[in-house]
Design a protein around this ligand. Structure first.
Ligand code: NAP
Ligand code: HSE
Length: 433
């Protein structure tokens, strides 16, 4: 290979991910020239505050504004790692329409405004790489798009958010407090600028929507993904889950059901001996069931500087090679049919239920009756001692057999109204995997 054709790179954002991108370009530039035939020349960098100290050395005069960067004729490929939706979409679409390629880690933008981004790319004959927006360093989009091209994807599920997996792991293994573990995840650079996006399942739902786009070739608005976060998971649930032989993980699950897609993000009890139970800290994992290849598990670091930058730089090399070969984005990804969300009546779940009840005779029978009235069978019951929890109440744990999700919701609502039941019941799905 020769010295590689030189392409100008413009970077918008020099925070956790942007800094890693600079480090990896600088470290690998010579190898890319020699072995990939591309010379990635970082020419412009846009930040909010150019006066802030930075961890990397940049070419003199590199700093500019994002608006100037997307208009700059010396920039061939824009890397967007500033985050946010509206301003980022506007900048990225302007760059793409003028023929610049785009590499981004911004799942919020790609999940919510992806159609506009792909249309702008098709209009400008440019390419979009967004591998880093789903599961950090794991090349899952490439695997779905290329490696599994001969398969219909029958289902996919996994751990799609590093911050919540970090918090749950540390709470489970070391008894850490939720707030302290969240602070650690933020300090490590895993969390979103607004960590509520991680905690309430929004980030995982955005990633699941992008996975559905590539795996099922359908658009599924993240708003149509049923979503629950880890806010309500208490150490009590973690302890009872362990006693039952499970651990708690935040999962994203999607499978086609006829013309619709069942897609949901929620905490779930998973068996202690399952592969997902052993995915710890900021690691993510996705199991994909392909019609020809069968089940495959992809795992690796889902958040953090270098893992995310690794996916960005892989996309950079890929779009650079596409540019040199004269291949841009087709409009296919913008024109995918919309998938309807699956109706709750078609979704079946089994569940762990925690009730705080007055310690009086007949409580168990009342609850069991309501479950039976809704066609829900009880699998296991745990109650330790008498009146241990608070005042004259006890904690009652029940797990159920599989039942319609809609029946489960109605039954738990009715149980929650019983005079013997204190507090809102806590329900967590069980996924046997
Ligand atoms: P970050 O550390 O907060 O960095 C954001 C960067 O963007 C900062 O350098 C900031 O400038 C710059 N910026 C913000 N608004 C700007 C504007 N209007 N014009 C120019 N620059 C602007 O965020 P991050 O963690 O690197 O995340 C960036 C993106 O990557 C997000 O979309 C996120 O969802 C995604 N992502 C992150 C991870 C991760 O592990 N962190 C993993 C996958 C994907 P200043 O430095 O001057 O403040
Ligand atoms: N906040 C995200 C996470 C970053 O914790 O998974 C990676 O997308």
């Amino acid at each position: 290979m020769g010295n590689g054709r030189t392409l100008g790179v413009g970077l918008i954002g020099l925070g956790v991910v942007g800094t890693g991108v600079v480090q990896l370009i600088q470290k690998n530039r010579e190898d890319f020239k020699k072995f990939r035939g591309v010379d990635l020349d970082l020419r412009r960098v846009a930040v909010r505050d150019p006066g802030k100290p930075r961890e990397v050395d940049l070419p003199t005069g590199a700093f500019t504004t994002a608006e100037a960067l997307v208009e700059d004729p010396d920039v061939d490929i824009v890397v967007e790692v500033m985050g946010g939706v509206d301003a980022a979409t506007d900048l990225c679409c302007r760059a793409l329409k003028s023929g610049k390629d785009l590499v981004t880690a911004n799942k919020a933008m790609m999940a919510e405004r992806g159609d506009e981004v792909f249309s702008a790319a098709a209009a400008g004959g440019a390419s979009v790489g967004f591998e880093a927006s789903v599961c950090g360093g794991i090349p899952i989009l490439q695997a779905l798009r290329d490696g599994l091209v001969a398969n219909q994807v029958e289902s996919l599920y996994g751990i799609l958010n590093g911050t919540t997996n970090y918090i749950l792991t540390r709470m489970t293994d070391e008894g850490g407090s939720f707030d302290e573990m969240l602070q650690e995840a933020q300090d490590a650079g895993y969390a979103e600028a607004d960590p509520a996006m991680d905690i309430d399942g929004t980030d995982a739902a955005q990633k699941l929507s992008l996975l559905c786009r590539i795996a099922f070739r359908r658009r599924l608005d993240p708003e149509h993904i049923s979503k629950e976060g880890i806010e309500g998971i208490s150490p009590v649930d973690i302890d009872f889950a362990r006693e039952l032989g499970y651990t708690i993980k935040l999962l994203g699950i999607a499978r086609p059901l006829g013309d619709s897609i069942e897609a949901r993000v929620h905490p779930a009890l998973v068996p202690l001996d399952s592969q997902l139970a052993n995915i710890k800290h900021e690691f993510n994992a996705v199991e994909v069931v392909g019609s020809a290849a069968g089940p495959q598990v992809f795992t690796g670091r889902g958040a953090g500087r270098l893992p995310t930058a690794s996916a960005i730089v892989a996309d950079l090399v890929d779009v650079a090679q596409r540019r040199l070969a004269g291949r841009g984005e087709s409009a296919d990804l913008a024109r995918l049919p919309e998938a309807a969300p699956a109706s709750p009546d078609s979704v079946k779940i089994s569940a762990y239920c925690r009730f705080t009840v007055f310690d009086t005779p007949g409580v168990l029978a009342q609850i069991a009756c309501i479950f039976a009235d809704h066609n829900i069978g009880i699998a296991k019951v745990i109650q330790h001692g008498r009146s241990e929890s608070e005042g004259d109440t006890v904690t009652l744990i029940m797990t159920t057999h599989e039942a319609r999700e809609s029946d489960m919701k109605r039954a738990v609502h009715v149980i929650g109204q019983l005079p013997v039941v204190q507090h809102e019941p806590k329900v967590i799905r069980i996924e046997e995997l």
